[in-house]
Design a protein around this ligand. Structure first.
Ligand code: FES
Length: 118
């Protein structure tokens, strides 16, 4: 069984961009957010640790205004774009659920598993 969740072209994800893809085989209809910050690609389950609602419905609005942190649309929790840890808001100290990413040959591959932070 493959652990690959999604494969997207590198050019589809610009710096400070965000993409949303389906999380395969999940009954809850969860999505995956793929972000690029300081050149590095990261991926997160689109579920807020505050109460499990989606962080966003449109990835164009995932970044807060200064484009330094990720922001939940529900109660505006702010998450570190590198670690996924909530820095401000009702779930301060809790973390987004990250996934493994690899960028190679102009492709971004998102896989199941826990990423190394940073
Ligand atoms: S659901 Fe995200 S801050 Fe409340």
């Amino acid at each position: 069984m493959s652990n690959v969740i999604a494969i997207v072209k590198s050019e589809e994800l610009v710096e400070l961009g965000a993409l949303m893809v389906d999380l395969p085989q999940n009954a809850d209809g969860l999505k995956v957010l793929i972000t690029r910050f300081e050149g590095k690609v990261r991926a997160w389950i689109n579920s807020c640790p505050h109460d499990g609602r989606p962080l966003c419905r449109d990835p164009a609005f995932l970044w807060e205004k200064r484009k330094k942190l990720l922001q939940c649309m529900n109660h505006q929790a702010l998450f570190n774009a590198k670690t996924g840890i909530c820095e401000e808001g009702p779930c301060k100290g809790k973390s987004l659920y990250g996934l493994i990413t690899k960028e190679k040959n102009n492709q971004i591959i998102v896989s199941k598993g826990e990423p190394k932070n940073g």
